[in-house]
Design a protein around this ligand. Structure first.
Ligand code: GDP
Length: 297
């Protein structure tokens, strides 16, 4: 995740920190390279513009150019602006379950990694947070998807709601809610159906489910490899359903990472987790400080 961006920026900042005294022009040249590196990493243009402008204003102040180690100061400014760009509320909040049973709604397009992420999150809640977790698949269109969640449930030792043929998504959601209350579960995860594209039927169904359970969190799961498309999908889901956070999957792939960097600034929605592989433990919280540190090396 972010390796190539990190390499590029590392080169720019190494030159800058070696330089000693810095002029406004030096900062400008460096920021031009930062701009190119971010655009090549597929960060959206408005986000890059805003970022570069903010850094430039702060980095060309007299305090910086006249300081003993101006290069390092510029790196610190870039770091702080990256954190500001990425930071949302604490991702651990998703895992703090009060008022049980808490519903978590998982939404997204088909193939984005929703079912896998549902199971990963359930495992994490169970293992790390010691919660009693129930999962339910609402994908009435794809019996195989329901089976897949049940198989993953067995694998990670998390209960899944028994499958009853012929129910609507809302009926399943209500049954999950009831089962979660009666069974003393702390949290229940609802894996909604995905479509290849956003359509009104999908959105209408998810809205009905949302209204039936009043979710504690609505997490959009979206493929990080799709870059800017992931950001557009997030915007659309948020407009129609209202999402509380985003999970970007396939961040272990050779994607350029720009979706992760544009997401918060463009949609206002924080990335809560990133998927880093197919295995059940390949889910990390997305913490702005740590990510900025990783990007800047
Ligand atoms: P859904 O249709 O959105 O429920 O998608 P699935 O959960 O079935 O995932 C589709 C495929 O993507 C599966 O083969 C998953 O193993 C894979 N997948 C999901 N998340 C990740 C991830 O973070 N990294 C990688 N490499 N593969 C993932």
């Amino acid at each position: 995740m972010f390796e190539s961006l990190s390499d590029r920026l590392g080169g720019v900042f190494e030159r800058l920190t070696k330089q000693g005294a810095l002029t406004a022009e030096d900062v400008k040249v460096a920021m031009r390279e930062v701009r190119t590196a971010l655009l090549e990493a597929d960060v959206s243009l408005p986000v890059v513009r805003e970022f570069v402008k903010k850094v430039e204003v702060k980095a060309t102040g007299a305090q910086v150019t006249k300081s003993i180690s101006p290069g390092q100061q510029v790196v610190k400014i870039v770091h702080d602006e990256l954190v500001a760009m990425l930071a949302g509320d604490d991702p651990a909040d998703t895992l703090k379950i009060d008022n049980p049973p808490a519903p978590i709604l998982m939404v997204g397009l088909q193939g984005g990694g929703k079912t896998t992420t549902t199971a990963k999150l359930a495992r994490r809640l169970k293992e790390r947070e010691k919660k009693r977790v129930l999962m339910a698949s609402l994908d009435i269109y794809r019996p195989a998807a329901m089976e897949q969640l049940a198989i993953l449930g067995t694998q990670i030792g998390v209960d899944t709601l028994p499958i009853v043929a012929g129910e609507s998504a809302v009926q399943i959601a209500k049954r999950a809610k009831q089962q979660a209350s009666l069974g003393g579960y702390d949290v229940y995860l609802l894996d909604t159906a995905g479509r290849l594209q956003i359509d009104d039927v999908l959105m209408g169904e998810v809205q009905d489910v949302r209204d039936a359970v009043n979710p504690r969190e609505t997490l959009l799961v979206v493929d990080g490899l799709t870059g800017q498309v992931a950001v557009e999908v997030a915007q659309e889901f948020d407009d129609k359903i209202g999402v509380s956070g985003v999970v970007l999957t396939r961040m272990d792939g050779d994607g350029r990472g720009g979706a992760a960097l544009s997401m918060r600034a463009t949609t206002g929605k924080p990335i809560r987790f990133v998927g880093l592989g197919e295995k059940m433990d390949a889910l990390e919280t997305f913490e702005a400080e740590r990510i900025a540190g990783r990007i800047l090396g």
